[in-house]
Write a protein that binds this ligand. Structure first.
Ligand code: GDP
Length: 684
């Protein structure tokens, strides 16, 4: 394996983005396969490695479960980063999109653009991720390249430009025409390793010329220099066209479209060429930006810190995925934005406030791992046995603290009780759950104090579904589940003044004496509990102040209305009294608990429920029904907007308690054509 670091402009950090079943896994396998082949070319036994590799790989499957895997392609290094296939966990998708400099979006030639691809496409626009498209499965019955191309333009509103045309379709599919080099490509050899170049078949010459003109016009529209040459000479030379197409792609003005059949080994090598030719290096990407870490409670404006793709500036790296690897243990996949992360170096994690020495660092290939000295700006790699780090953490130098992702993960809002099915599952569930929580900071595990049951808490119904599914699939733990429940909070709606809490016991010898007077008042949403101490003259001795605060915090944990946490209020400690012999920490803590609960009861306590931001995209004919359904679920519509492509966009605030089963009912009502995303907004 090549152990050197390629120059940063030869790096491509890409993600394969696809609707489930479009062929993401197959395309990934093929890319790694061909990249591996080129590596072994020239070695005597290359003949064997070609055919042996794939079944073995499939059996072990390590490539496919890797969060990021590296391939070398004619002097360039391509890092393929796994993007989540599901779109509902905004935090995870957004993090994945931030780590990429470019995307390959795979479509099924029979299905065209499917609803979920629209959402991801929109998010990729938002993060300014340049993309190329691959229309796969052209060998399938019903495959239609031109129809697919049109659906890219209509449904996604994308300026999609065909760079290839298929030669034949369905069972007649035999190769592709390269509209830039103007030649036909066909694949030979057992795994399509040999590409045969030939003139364009006579029957396709006219359509190829026409398609080439369209391509040039699409690119020239965004590139004055190219337009000039085109008007003067009537055609464009291949190198010039490629360069202009690259510029337009990087600006998201054009989305080049390629085609093939990954399963039948047709069209993959030109797709890898296209990743290098048209997608950007870290130097072309939007520059990352971090903020200076602040102490809790510090409300001063955030100080922004630029993180340029330069290996000679202070370190800024993001842990974008933690994976429990069966061979290597915990692996933290890291993208370094600035500076260098080197083995043996001391690094600082601003979230934990701890420093540690970096152990082994590896680059992950299809069938091997390579130890490397470090990860330089722009690169991706995996750090082994990194302690105390979770997904989303920033790694930096203590002298130059920076936070790349200013994470304030919201409290989970949905809970579900789970119970292991068998004794064997009982033994393994704890470890499995611990690994899952480390990978996903929005997932929590609790124990119900009364029933002793294990409670999983997450950001939505689907979130928990996926986690339970992963328990079974990845950890072989089977569980029975209860009904999902909403996590409510409690707060007060008015003030209660001068409420007394008294705990006095006179029982023979040593007694108990604690006495507090306090007030409570409502505070802003999200402010938590603030305790102000206005006790003067030693009415409550200093030694017992922290016991009083502890009592209040503890009482707030269990609530007074529905047994849920009390939040968003201020408590003012006004007065109290003590006894020189009988007063103790326990007595004051108990008095504070009693006083606080009494005060909350007098202050008109009420429940707060989690409300989600809901965004729907749907064909406009369904709008009436969808709005009606939202109203019946107590949703407040905040915005509706008719988009250029004729779809209607609805934004609403939705109480989560009303949203169980919404996905299913909305999909069936719109025949699967409406898509939605839901994200926690606030408690109300
Ligand atoms: P993923 O869900 O996007 O990862 O898709 P997979 O790569 O697992 O492919 C889904 C199914 O489509 C599998 O049965 C593949 O064998 C099949 N498939 C993938 N590529 C092609 C192709 O080019 N042609 C045909 N006919 N089937 C394909």
């Amino acid at each position: 394996m090549d152990t050197s670091h390629v120059p940063i402009d030869r790096l491509r950090n890409i993600g394969l983005i696809a609707h489930i079943d479009a062929g993401k896994t197959t395309v990934t396998e093929r890319i790694l396969f061909y990249a591996g082949v080129t590596h072994h070319l020239g070695s005597v036994d290359s003949g064997n490695t070609v055919t042996d590799w794939m079944p073995q790989e499939r059996e072990r499957g390590i490539t496919i479960v890797s969060a990021a895997v590296t391939a070398h392609w004619y002097g360039s290094q391509i890092n393929i980063i796994d993007t989540p296939g599901h779109i509902d966990f905004t935090a995870e998708v957004q993090r994945a999109l931030r780590v990429l400099d470019g995307g390959v979006v795979i479509f099924d030639a029979v299905q065209g653009v499917e609803p979920q691809s629209e959402t991801v496409w929109r998010q990729a626009n938002q993060y300014q991720v340049p993309r190329i498209c691959f229309i796969n499965k052209l060998d399938r019955v019903g495959a239609d390249f031109l129809h697919c191309l049109a659906s890219l333009r209509q449904k996604l509103g994308a300026n999609a430009a065909a760079v290839q045309l298929p030669i034949g379709e369905e069972e007649q599919f035999e190769g592709v025409i390269d509209l830039i080099a103007m030649e036909a490509l066909r694949w030979q050899g057992e795994a399509g390793t040999e590409i045969v170049h030939s003139p364009i078949p006579a029957a396709m010459q006219a359509s190829a010329r026409h398609a080439r003109e369209t391509l040039i016009e699409q690119v020239a529209e965004c590139d004055d220099a190219l337009l000039e040459v085109y008007l003067e000479q009537g055609d464009i030379e291949a190198t010039l066209l490629r360069e202009a197409l690259r510029r337009a792609t990087l600006k998201l003005q054009v989305f080049p479209v390629f085609c093939g059949s990954a399963l039948h080994n047709v069209g993959v090598q030109p797709l890898i060429d296209a990743v290098v030719d048209y997608l950007g290096s870290p130097l072309d990407a939007v520059e990352a930006e971090g903020v200076k870490p602040q102490r809790e409670g510090d409300d001063s404006p955030l100080q922004k810190i630029p993180c340029p793709p330069n290996a000679d500036v202070p370190l800024a790296a993001l842990v974008f995925k933690l994976v429990a690897d069966p061979y290597a243990g915990k692996m933290a996949y890291v993208r370094v934005y600035s500076g260098q992360l080197r083995s043996g170096q001391q690094i600082f994690n601003p979230r934990t406030g701890k420093s540690q020495r970096v152990g082994r660092i590896v680059r992950v290939y299809a069938d091997s791992r390579e130890s490397i000295d470090g990860i330089y700006a722009g690169e991706i790699g995996a750090v082994l046995s990194l302690k105390d780090s979770v997904t989303g953490d920033t790694l930096c130098q203590r002298e130059h603290p920076v936070l790349l992702e200013n994470i304030t993960f919201p409290d989970p809002v949905i809970k579900i009780a789970v119970e292991p099915v068998s004794v064997k599952d009982r033994d393994t569930i704890a470890l499995a759950l611990q690994q899952l929580t480390e990978e996903d900071p929005t997932f929590k595990v609790q124990t119900d104090e009364e029933s002793g049951q294990t409670i999983l808490a997450g950001m939505g119904e689907l979130h928990l579904d996926v986690l339970i599914n992963r328990l079974e699939r990845e950890h072989s733990v089977r569980v029975r589940t209860g009904k999902p429940r909403v996590s409510y909070l409690e707060t007060v709606s008015r003030a209660a003044n001068k409420v007394e809490g008294r705990f006095v016991r006179q029982s023979g010898g040593h007694g108990q004496y604690g006495h507090v007077v306090l007030s409570v008042a409502p505070a802003e949403r999200g402010s938590g509990i603030q305790i102000e101490n206005r006790v003067v003259g030693g009415a409550i001795p200093k030694d017992f102040h922290s016991a009083v605060e502890k009592g209040i915090i503890e009482a707030a944990e269990t609530g007074v209305v529905g047994g849920t946490r009390i939040t968003d209020l201020t408590v003012t400690l006004l007065d109290g009294s003590h006894h020189t012999v009988d007063s103790s920490e326990l007595a004051f803590k108990t008095a504070a608990m009693l006083g606080f609960k009494q005060a909350v009861l007098q202050a008109a306590p009420r429940l707060l429920e989690p409300v989600f931001k809901l965004e729907l995209l749907l064909p406009k004919e369904y709008i009436g029904e969808v709005l009606g359904q939202l109203a019946s679920r107590r949703c407040e519509v905040t915005n509706t907007h008719l988009r250029n492509d004729g779809t209607e966009q609805i934004q609403a605030l939705a109480p989560i308690a009303e949203m169980f089963g919404y996905a299913t009912s909305m999909r069936s009502m719109s025949q699967g054509r409406a898509t939605y995303s839901m994200e926690f907004a606030k408690y109300a």
